[in-house]
Ligand binder design. Structure first.
Ligand SMILES: [Zn+2]
Length: 539
């Protein structure tokens, strides 16, 4: 930026420049001037305060392509972001899986449902009514990182019909589209679906098609948490020897993209349970075929075999629709128990793969971090009864890590797929066991690339920077270039790694400096909190 004082200039001197485009690395320096990259390559050595980068990689700041941190950015406490700063994240794409902190009808009688959502963590009440008011709040608090916001279909729908298990009336349907339309017009980057959560699970394809057409009209992105990620899921009818449900869910969403022409982002492509792993080939073929046919689709992924969600996502749609009464109904319980037994066997998943991270109720909080069979043995109940008791006492708010989402070979294959971009899909757990992805995702991707040779350095960096910026159309981000935003990470390619301990904390090593819009938020590995460094990126 012209006229910036020299002391606002930082010279990242003599590193290996990996510019985010996927192109070959080259040796050189990068000059940050204010919020921009002023020069790179051969830069005079006295151009600004120098940071010695010899032997280090200089790369664009990492873009978390699938985040839920929007609920934390409204918090007074900026330290929720520390674990992301430490792994090199400079930009979050938030509002995923149908959940966003705006896009709801201001006069809704369901505000408490919105406030009690999966990501309520940061603030007790939602005391704003619109995207603009929410951004005002963020502005007054001062963002530490950049944010791209999607508007959640689930948030809009909740504000109209709560968690009622039904189709929307014609009037509600029109209101839903108007709410989403308004947020898109205000600068949201797209719409997100959460089809395994209430109320997205109750939406039929014709409703989803209309939302997709709206997104297409705005030429923005539709991200989808699909209806199933395991070969058998309660969100679809149970048909013996039928098509695996996770493939059916992919069919449904690719079909929607084919019908409507919408740009589609398939969220966190996971394969829950070892039996589901057999479907990886066919799933990737479905994506490949769609791409060959001209469908604009990508997916995001994380590098851990576990992922965080709510315990109640295990429940079939019929049971969810009858919560909480069904928890105490012997017939409903008996049917659920039987379906769980069959379903778990079909999927290759079960109680040993369910780790309670935050039971969200005093009776079970001592068991945070334990797996269900372990807790069951301690409370002298069956695993099934323990699970339902936790659901009941937590008012269905209990949080979990589910395991066996991937094995290492599947992670390698997905990382190498041209449609893959990288994401944490995580947030810090306030009290309780941590999701390692909130701490170590990007260092772990880099480590996998280095140790397993799954990707070259520049290809791995591309998928966490330039490719994500292209996907979300973040002009001037995700690459190192003259005039681009000064979002930059300096790391040690030979040492960068995550390291998981038994509380799930996977704080990394090897990430040395992080700049957001030219301001250092991590210096020599030390956190350096800068309120106001980040901004909301509107599209
Ligand atoms: Zn999701």
């Amino acid at each position: 930026m012209a006229g910036t004082a020299p002391d606002q200039r930082t010279l990242l001197r003599d590193g290996l420049i990996v510019d985010g485009t996927g192109g070959a690395p080259r040796q050189g320096s990068v000059l940050l001037d204010g919020g921009r990259i002023a020069a790179l390559g051969n830069v005079p050595k006295d151009a600004g305060a120098a940071v010695d980068c010899e032997g280090k990689v200089i790369a664009p700041g990492f873009i978390d392509a699938h985040s839920h941190m929007d609920f934390f950015s409204a918090s007074e406490n900026p330290h929720h972001f520390d674990s992301f700063t430490a792994q090199g994240v400079t930009t979050f794409v938030a509002g995923n899986c149908g959940f966003s902190p705006f896009g709801f009808a201001p006069n809704t009688k369901y505000r408490s449902l919105l406030e009690g959502s999966l990501f309520k963590a940061a603030r007790e009440t939602i005391d704003w009514d619109s995207f603009a008011e929410y951004r005002e709040l963020l502005g007054s608090l001062g963002l530490t990182h950049n944010f791209v916001h999607l508007v959640g279909h689930g948030a809009a729908r909740t504000s109209l019909s709560g968690f009622e298990a039904r189709r929307l009336s014609e009037r509600e349907h029109a209101q839903l589209l108007a709410l989403l339309d308004g947020a898109l017009a205000e600068g949201a980057a797209g719409v997100s679906f959460g089809l395994q959560y209430k109320p997205g699970v109750f939406a039929k394809l014709d409703e989803l098609d209309d939302v997709a057409r709206l997104v297409k009209r705005h030429d923005k992105l539709l991200t989808v948490h699909a209806k199933a990620y395991s070969s058998f899921s309660g969100t679809y009818p149970m048909i013996p020897f039928g098509r695996p449900h996770n493939l059916k869910a992919i069919d449904d969403m690719l079909g929607l993209a084919r019908r409507t022409g919408v740009r589609l982002q398939f969220s966190h492509l996971i394969f829950v349970g070892s039996q589901t792993w057999k479907t990886v080939d066919e799933a990737l073929e479905l994506f490949d075929r769609a791409i060959a046919d001209g469908v604009d689709v990508c997916f995001d992924m994380f590098p851990y075999g576990c992922g965080a969600t709510l315990l109640n996502t295990l429940l079939p749609e019929w049971f969810m629709a009858r919560m909480p009464g069904a928890l105490h109904n012997p017939l409903a319980r008996a049917r659920l128990r039987l379906e769980a037994e069959v379903g778990f066997r079909l999927v290759g998943f079960g109680y040993p793969q369910i780790q309670i991270t935050n039971a969200s109720c005093p009776e079970y909080d001592d068991h945070n971090g334990r797996f269900v069979p372990d807790i069951a043995a301690r409370v002298r109940k069956s695993s099934f009864d323990t699970m339902l008791d936790i659901l009941d006492k937590s008012n269905a708010q209990a949080r979990v890590l589910f395991h066996d989402y991937y094995n290492d070979e599947i992670i390698d294959r997905l990382m190498q797929h041209p449609a893959a971009i990288f994401a944490t899909d995580s947030w810090p757990e306030l009290g309780g066991h941590q999701n390692p992805a909130a701490y170590g995702t990007f260092p772990r991707f880099l480590r996998k690339a280095r140790e397993r040779g799954s990707l070259s350095l520049e290809a791995a960096v591309h998928k966490m920077t330039g490719a994500a910026a292209t996907r979300f159309r973040l002009g001037g981000r995700g690459r190192l270039d003259e005039g681009a935003a000064a979002d930059v990470v300096v790391f040690d390619w030979h040492d960068v790694r995550d390291s998981v301990n038994d509380t799930g904390n996977a704080s990394p090593s090897g990430i040395e400096h992080v700049f957001v819009n030219g301001q250092a938020i991590l210096q020599s590995g030390e956190l350096n909190l800068r309120r106001g460094a980040g901004e909301v990126l509107l599209s």
